[in-house]
Design a protein around this ligand. Sequence first.
Ligand SMILES: C[S@@+](CC[C@H](N)C(=O)[O-])C[C@H]1O[C@@H](n2cnc3c(N)ncnc32)[C@H](O)[C@@H]1O
Length: 263
Amino acid sequence: MGVSSRMLCLYNLPVRGLQMQYGGLSAGNKAAGRSKVTGRVQSESAQKAQRAACFPGLGFFYKANKEVYNFVEQKITIEEGIDSYSGMIWPAALALCHYLDTHRERVNFVDKAVLEIGAGTGLVSVVAVLLGAWVTATDLPGALSNLRVNLSRNTRGRCRHTPQVEALPWGHDLESTYPTSVYHYDYVLAADVVYHHDFLDQLLATMKHFCRPGTTVIWANKVRFESDLTFLENFKKAFHTQLLAEDGDMKIFMQWDLAMMTK
Ligand SMILES: C[S@@+](CC[C@H](N)C(=O)[O-])C[C@H]1O[C@@H](n2cnc3c(N)ncnc32)[C@H](O)[C@@H]1O
């Protein structure tokens, strides 16, 4: 299915609406604010935390913002970080968690090997773990400590498989760090990894690297920029693609290796 220009209307889902729709518990306490740079909608407390973190020498102390969600019948507490990309929960993460939680038969994660790329705070990975998957959550090296804290705090004592956290810079030396002969995943997850950045080619290369026969990629993204549509077109050329769900500009796609379709 194609994406029309009508869908390019920007950032139309405030945090409050999103959280209530997709499992958030703390929506009632929030006042939403928007970053002009990223379009990312932040809670007032997240903005305060970020401001404080910017001025440690002036007597401000960074206090992480915590968000509480309810997925897979579990309370999930996510500590956000100071990075405005990896440290925040983005809208597609909430949409994907909601989808996975409400489609457990269609996407059965029990005992499946799942890789998340650009995992950020780790909310999607936590939900995958709680759904029974063996999860490897990945991101840039600087994002891993917060990711590790969130994975560990929310899965300890309530998972079938202990999750792993690894560095995975997109497109970087993939065959030597993640050789295809060794690493095989049933699912690759990605939420809001397509936005205005310079690594879209590397991102697609990473998706292709991990999407082997038998692998399903589930990619959720809010369509924001013209370049997002270009990525989507390239993505459709590389994979057999199905639109699983959409809610305005929010899309969730499932894709398979094109070679699988010829078998
Ligand atoms: C917009 S955030 C989305 C985070 C999370 N998936 C979510 O939806 O809440 C994009 C994520 O991609 C990661 N990222 C950006 N560029 C990357 C790169 N070149 N290699 C690996 N990860 C990258 C960021 O660190 C960040 O965690």
